[in-house]
Design a protein around this ligand. Structure first.
Ligand code: COA
Length: 353
């Protein structure tokens, strides 16, 4: 998107609540190597991933989204919002959207609720949508949840994709505030290139494949990715989008305290940080312990970083993401002082009353 205007200073979206949630089933590289032709060393070397979480049979994306959403509302200390947005590639059903169901289960019946489909860029697109609704005066408070259950669409026998993806959910609460206060969500860069549709795809299940006569091949229901090309696009697009955001905000790379990219693959993240000229210690990553969790990955990484105090109030944080579509997007924010953050790796150990 070219040269969007600066966010209005008196109706900026301010991040005031954050949470992540992971299903309890941990799948290690060793477990995958027990049934696939792969190894812990190969997976760690090529992706930096050591383990991931999978939803239990019968557990759907909304189940994860509700858990993350409930904790984000608690983190923000609020019980009501005007809008619920769920960014996901794995909605419970193709119709209706997942967000109204999540809103209802959170006691937010009546709130506007819709899904955002931008694959792994979904959280950043959702953040821009939420900020826009707040800036336009349509909403005072928005709950944005990134949630995905890739284990439901990845072929468990596909060794290239089965090692990469995990399930999870992350959520933020945004409220109306001022552009100068900590938590303010700043400039955005968003973009897409539909010519890359075939690089990341689930072929069947939508209107295109359904109109094809004859039976659907089982693999067409599975997630497919051309890994090497995706790798190159991910590095190039995230780096360019991050740079565009800095230019819009009139910021230098040195002004950035933390970069939180979509947690695709550690090699991708390191390349993006290096290409931007950011030292490795400013890179926030939790891909080792969760894998690529799609639209959940950025809020989960933020929740992890906040719980471990690796990001401090007042720091300038740059988010950047890339995903199927192709889509990409980046955003700047000043880290807020959050009252309460639960460790996403521990929340599933405690059942909510
Ligand atoms: N274990 C062991 N070997 C594997 C393997 C696995 N899990 N998956 C693939 N291989 C093999 C391939 O078959 C190939 O063998 P060959 O040389 O005999 O043909 C070899 O490893 C190299 O495969 P290649 O696809 O070139 O590997 P790569 O270094 O590109 O790594 C990915 C593969 C998928 C890890 C890498 O391309 C990647 O991370 N891409 C981006 C994925 C991503 O982040 N997507 C999300 C973006 S939103």
């Amino acid at each position: 998107m070219s040269a969007p205007p600066s966010p209005p200073r008196d109706r900026a979206a301010v991040l005031c609540g954050l949470a992540g949630w992971l299903p309890s089933r941990v799948v290690t590289n060793q477990e995958l190597a027990g049934r696939l032709d792969t190894s812990d060393t190969w997976i760690r070397t090529r992706t930096g991933i050591g383990r991931r979480h999978f939803a239990e049979p019968g557990q759907a994306t909304s189940d994860l989204a509700v858990e993350a959403g409930r904790r984000a509302l608690r983190s923000a200390g609020v019980e009501e919002v005007d809008v619920v947005i769920v960014a996901t590639t794995t909605p419970d059903r193709s119709c209706p959207a997942t967000a109204p169901l999540v809103a209802d289960r959170l006691g937010l019946t009546g709130a506007a609720a819709f899904d955002v489909g931008a694959v792994c860029t979904g959280f950043v697109y959702g953040l821009a949508s939420a900020a826009g609704l707040i800036a336009a005066g349509v909403a005072e408070r928005v709950l944005l949840i990134g949630a995905d259950t890739y284990s439901t669409i990845v072929d468990p026998d596909d060794r290239t994709n089965a090692i990469i993806f995990g399930d999870g959910a992350g959520a933020v609460v945004l409220r109306v505030g001022h552009a100068d206060e900590p938590g303010a969500v700043g400039h955005f860069d968003l973009g897409s290139d539909g010519a890359g549709e075939e690089l990341i795809m689930v072929a069947a299940g939508g209107s295109r494949q359904r109109s094809t006569p004859g039976p659907v091949a089982p693999q067409d229901h599975h997630f497919a990715m051309r890994g090497k090309e995706v790798f190159r696009h991910a590095v190039t697009r995230m780096t360019a989008s991050a740079r565009a955001t800095l230019t819009l905000a009139d910021c230098k790379v040195d002004d950035i305290d933390r970069i939180v990219p979509h947690q695709a693959n550690l090699r991708i993240l390191r390349s993006v940080a290096e290409d931007l000229g950011l030292p490795p210690e400013r890179l926030v990553t939790n891909v080792e312990s969760v894998g690529n969790t799609g639209a959940a990955s950025i809020p989960l990484a933020l929740a992890d970083a906040a719980a471990q105090h690796t990001v401090q109030a007042g720091e300038h944080v740059l988010l950047t993401a890339f995903g199927g579509g192709l889509t990409w997007g980046s955003c700047l924010l000043t880290w807020p002082a959050l009252a309460r953050i639960d460790d996403p790796h521990k929340t599933w150990e405690r059942q909510e009353p």
